[in-house]
Design a binder for this molecule. Structure first.
Ligand SMILES: [Zn+2]
Length: 260
């Protein structure tokens, strides 16, 4: 965020300290050494001085600038969305090394991903898991019957629909019986969701390509899951959606407000 004539307020997410805002003095002058370093998506080693309200960035080294993400606007939007989601789901000064490492590995994987949306969905699922509200995919949240997650359909208990309100996949019987809003989800899509939530091999993750119908189902169900739990949409999702369907010109500003 701009501050005064030439300064910036920058949100850092530090491995040791969690999320907090700092002031970068003069960082909006193009000649400032801090200008490039305080762009979004920079991995920094930073030295801070204690300030009156916010700490002040005095010195920093850029450790990684994710050039492949910066060179590709679609990747840039996806990476920015991940940062915004993390910003929305974290509280200030709450150290969280697992979440830091998740974001960092996600940014590295995005740079060489065969399917960047699969990487984003995996990030969403893992982040929700760390925050304690991952979608429930092993048992029906309405009747508690366990799904057979190996074959997906032993004993006739197969997932048929996703209920955003209950935060999980309903069994076929409950999906037919309930009056709440449900979204179609195939056993295949549920299996993908389980895999993306736990896949921790970076190379395997980078090679995943979701079939289009699965990608659509995951996109819809995860979006409503997040919307209900965060109580509103994440701002950059509108930009990401528009980019996916090639309708960026319909939006007034090509970058999410937080990324400017
Ligand atoms: Zn059920």
């Amino acid at each position: 965020m701009p501050l005064g004539e030439t300064d910036k307020i920058v949100t850092l997410f530090a491995r040791e300290y969690g999320k907090f805002n700092i002031i970068a003095k003069g960082a909006r002058r193009t000649t400032s050494r801090l200008a490039g370093a305080t762009e979004p998506l920079m991995l920094l080693k930073a030295l801070l001085a204690e300030g009156m309200n916010l700490d002040v960035l005095t010195q920093c080294d850029i450790k990684e600038s994710f050039p492949a993400i910066r060179a590709d606007f679609g990747l840039y939007l996806r990476a920015t969305y991940c940062c915004e989601l993390l910003d929305r789901m974290s509280i200030e000064r709450d150290p969280d090394i697992e979440t830091f490492d998740l974001l960092l590995s996600t940014l590295y994987i995005l740079q060489r991903a065969a399917d960047s949306d699969a990487v984003v969905h995996s990030f969403e699922l893992k982040l929700m898991g760390l925050a304690g509200y991952a979608p429930m995919m092993d048992a029906c949240p309405r009747c508690d019957q366990m799904f057979d997650t190996v074959t997906g359909q032993d004993s006739g208990i197969i997932e048929a629909a996703y209920s955003p309100m209950r935060g999980g996949a309903l069994c076929r019987e409950c999906a037919m019986a309930t009056r709440e809003e449900v979204m179609a989800i195939s056993p295949d899509a549920a299996t993908w969701m389980r895999r993306l939530a736990v896949e921790d091999n970076a190379r395997a993750m980078a090679e995943i390509v979701l079939p289009q119908p699965i990608a659509d189902q995951l996109n819809r169900s995860l979006r409503s899951h997040l919307r209900l739990r965060l109580e509103r949409d994440v701002k950059s999702t509108a930009f990401l959606d528009a980019y996916r369907v090639g309708a960026m010109e319909n939006l007034s500003d090509p970058l999410p407000p937080d990324a400017r």
